[in-house]
Structure formats: C-alpha cells, structure tokens
Write a new protein. Sequence first.
Length: 348
Amino acid sequence: MAAKLVDIATQANVSPAIVSRVLNNKPGVWASEETRQRILDVARELRYRPSAAGRALVTGRTMQIGVSASDHDWVHGRGGRMLQMRGLIDAAAENNYSILVVPSPGQHAQQQQFEEWVEGGKCDGFCVFAEQCDPDIYDYFREQSFRYMVIGNANNAIIPQVDHDNYHYIYDAVEWLANQGHQRVAFVLPASMNEALPPHVQVMQRAFRDAQETLYGRYDSSLLLRSSSDEDAILSFLKTASPSAVILYGNARTIRWRTLFMKHGIKTPEDVTLLAHLDMSGLYDVERAYLAEGLAFQVYDPRLIGWTAGNTLIQWIQGTEPAAAPLLIPSQKPDWWIHPLCVAPEYL
C-alpha cells in the first residue's frame, strides 16, 4: 500500500500539516533543520510518492505540461519533431514536470481539444507547434490567462514562441559561400509553386534577398527557385541560372538533388557546391543513403528548440514572464561536415 502523509507524520513524530509543508517546500514553515531532514528521510524510507491531485491542491500546480498530438509532423513521425519533443521532455524532467499528451486523431488542433484540459486544471501550461494552431487558439489561451509556448514561427511577435533563427541560417549560408568565392549562390525555397509561403519560409526568402543585396550589391531573382521534384525543372534551372552553389533545405530535398546530380554526372563541389541545411535526423538520413560525400552541411539540433520552449514555459508558470519578442535559437556558421553524427554539438 502506498505511504500517506499521516504515515510519515506518525513515524517522524510530527503533525501531517508540517509534513505536507516540508515535502511541498512551502515558505514560512517553522521546522528545525533536524526535523526537516527527519521528515525527508522517513518519506524516502517509506517510498512516498505524492498524488498529482493532492499536490495540486497544496501548491496550485499540477507539475504537468500538455502537448497536443494534433500535428502533421508528429503524426508522420518526422525526425525533427521527435527531437523537439525529446528536448521538451528533458526540460520537463529537469524541473520535476511531466508531459501529458492530449490525444487526437487529426493533424490540426481544434479549440475544444484544449478546453477540458485548460478549464479543468489538468495541466499548468501547454506547448503547441506553430503548424497546429490558428490565431483563435492563441486568443483562447490569453482569454483564460493560461500559460502557453509556441514551438515555431507563430507569425505574431506578441505570441510567446521559440524558433530557429531562420533568417541568419540562410543569410550566414550565403555569406559563407560568398567567402568561398561563389558569385552565383542559389536558394531552393522549401515551398512548391502552388503553395502559400509559411511564415518561416517568408523569413528565409527575406534573408536570401538581403544577403544577395548586401554581399553582391543586388538581388538576382533568377537564383531563387521554388521547390520542385521535377527533374526537367531542376536541370533547366541549373542551365539557365548557372549557379555555382545551391542552398538546400531539408533531407528529402537534399537527397533528391544529390541523386539527380549523380544520375547526370554533375560533381559536387567541383561543378556545383550543394550546401544542405539539415537537422541532426536529416543528416543521418543523408549519410545512411550514402549521399553525404562532397556536400557541405549546416546542421542544427532541434532538441534545443524543445528544451528552450519547455524551460521558458516552466519559468513563466513559476512567475518569470517570457520575452515579448520571439526567442530565437542562434545560427551556427556552416562548414564542411567532416565529423561523425555522434559528435554533433549538444544542446546542453
């Protein structure tokens, strides 16, 4: 049978109220250091585990963060999303929090999914992915004075959010290639012709334009290509734009271009340099496909996004307001990737 507060109080020869306050670290509790230690020792000996409901009554907190499963990348098991979740889990564990997953069969969150959890006091805050939510969900959180943190670009600077510094990732990539002597640097925009540009892709496009104007004196729109899997379209772009270097975003796009280069005898970096912007799981996919040789890489760790979002949310729950502007994970300068995946930079 699980130990109760009264069991600890009896064995430690103190009142249950003192035991509750000591175990919940309540301020203003009169108890000597000897008494505190005795209570803690007895609790450990009896393997006491507080109930979430009881702890919430005492502290006003459930020590739980909610995450909605309504997410396209999560549903499809995308490696980057899994790493973001790993970082969030680590942040929760470091702060003695748990992660609760709100189940949903869909890929886009609806407000009613959150109402029971928010209004029922089942968690202290929510982490949501930018791709999950419409602005009315953020409005609902604010109306309820509920703590939440967005992972990704929410396209609104007043919304608490943590994102990659996509602007500097692209700007730094162009700058690095320019420093290698490349005069015609192209960027394959990660959006198809018929797709509206997501907020983070709009940021990348602006960064590419600014880098071109700053580093080369003008913006050449012919060096910007909308993503396409059509082989003829890619070959036509290479012929007409004549780039000496191409920036690619994501592992699928990188694998597609690298495979096409091999098929048509285009050598990298001798003929065209390919600089791939990947997360750690994407790098693993490219290496596993034996396509990494000759590529340049700009690799980032998505765990840092989840870890930062979780820590920031918990600090907010505990009384520290997050910064008004989006929290951006800094860019790392791109370089030739010569190290094995196991020594990729850690986020802690």
